[in-house]
Write a protein that binds this ligand. Sequence first.
Ligand code: GDP
Ligand code: MG
Length: 577
Amino acid sequence: FPAENIRNFSIIAHVDHGKSTLADRLLELTGTISSNHSHQQVLDKLNVERERGITTCSMFYKYKDKDYLLNLIDTPGHVDFNYEVSRSLVACQGTILLVDASQGIQAQTVANFFLAFNEGLTIIPVINKIDLPAAEPDRVINQVESTFELDTSEISLISAKSGLGVDKILPSVIEKIPPPSGDVNKPLKAFLFDSWYDTYVGVICLMEIVDGKLQKGDKIVSAYSEKMYEVIDIGIMHPEQFTTGYLHAGQVGYVVCSMKVAAEAHVGDTFYHIKNPVDPLPGFEPAKSMVFAGVFPIDTNEFNRLDESITKLTLNDASVSIQRETSMALGQGWRIGFLGTLHMDVFKQRLEEEHDANVIITQPTVPYKIVYRDGTAKLIRNPTEFPEPMELQNKLSELQEPMILATIILPEEYMGSIIDLCGSRRGEQIEYNYMDESRVIMKYSIPLAEIVTDFHDELKSRSSGYASFDYEDMGYQISDIVKMNVLINKKPVDALATILHRSQVANVGREWAKKLSEVIPKQLYEVIIQTTIGGKVIARETIPAMRKNVTAKCYGGDVTRNIELPQKAFYDFLSKG
Ligand code: GDP
Ligand code: MG
């Protein structure tokens, strides 16, 4: 296939707007899969097997008597994984922007549009679900024009479910999206955009051949590590690995080379032939963990088994960061960094379901930054690392917290309630616009810490499910944050320390003390629960001794004694949120 007969494209859409259904239809239409229904959501399935990431699928298609190779590059596309969407777009020259005819443009439609727009991709708008009784295609076409300034004169109206209009999609992909610009006669330049670990064949890389030609047996070098590898197997995904023995400029496919461990496959790396070094392509910023939590086995004897499970679960997920953590209260565990809370929930669920694990997960923390007067800075991923006020005296320049830029789209009748919500989460409105007579798009800057808890659920419940939300990283901002300790009988419990904005201390301090007093069972002695900031008590609760007798008196004298709190009390407290 000469480059002019290749198209590399993706489908971008808000969740549930029909991306997977359309992908299936296209695979059927090109005979890549048969059209019986056992094949539903093929690309998603490939992804799930791989735990997440980017899938590519090559299709062969005849158009106006010419044979084309069409490569569909797909990502699952949830808000936490926008960085994967942008990674996958690098290997495309164009994208189909799919919008649900009954729901119209939603927050992820906007976020994904801008990712594609900033990559300079050709964007083909398509309206889906026109079979639905609630479909309002004309209204959605207007939204597409006014929000994205896209030409809608030739817009496709389709039903991915019934197949109506789907036959128009691939011709417009060929006509509108430019072919890749690579040159097969130039030295090899291969771009690695995703990888996963397969138990049978080892590390499998997805690569785009930007220039040149790569064949089985070739010796290639990583521009990142300068390590040499030999290509063992190479081919296209169709939809699973299909050996071709080579890939040419403009193609995307899989490459198995002599990589031993997943960590050798650096996403964003450029590979070249050993005798022909080239300048590397601009790489990617590594995925940043934005939410950190401590994970501890409920039964401490389970530590080794869980360590294995966690290693297995994260083998393919370079966006997870792991460190060992030891807590006085909870014993040995791990501090794990995730892209967001959804990512964390998925991880926890898999750990419980697939690895039969019982774990305590501590309150999630975002990475706070301490900037010292000498210009150095320290990232705090664990509240226990946060210095006490005394330690910061004369050294501190400022404290900062991570911010996000939220895009919220909603019917105007819910505006008041959502503005209240954002305000209560320390959000600041940056702009709002009407997308049409009744739909509003708002932008807010909000501290990341405020959305990692229940922001999304709250947004949905205040808008009867109609508001949609997406966010992007906005860097750090100065903030008046403090560390709150929880003391039980005067002893701080490390696993319960938390970092808060000063304005929240009184409420959270009271709430936590109260909630703890409800989950800790009565003991033989009195239990005093205190929440404190820099030694100052915010709230106090007392759990009276089981019965007033002599024994209690005996214990009573030594309130600083390290009491053994049952793990269950922590579990109850933390899982209640
Ligand atoms: P994705 O999240 O964008 O991948 O969306 P899916 O492809 O999983 O589709 C979400 C839901 O919408 C599924 O229940 C589909 O069956 C349904 N759906 C997709 N396309 C259409 C369509 O054209 N018409 C109707 N009525 N439903 C559709
Ligand atoms: Mg899907």
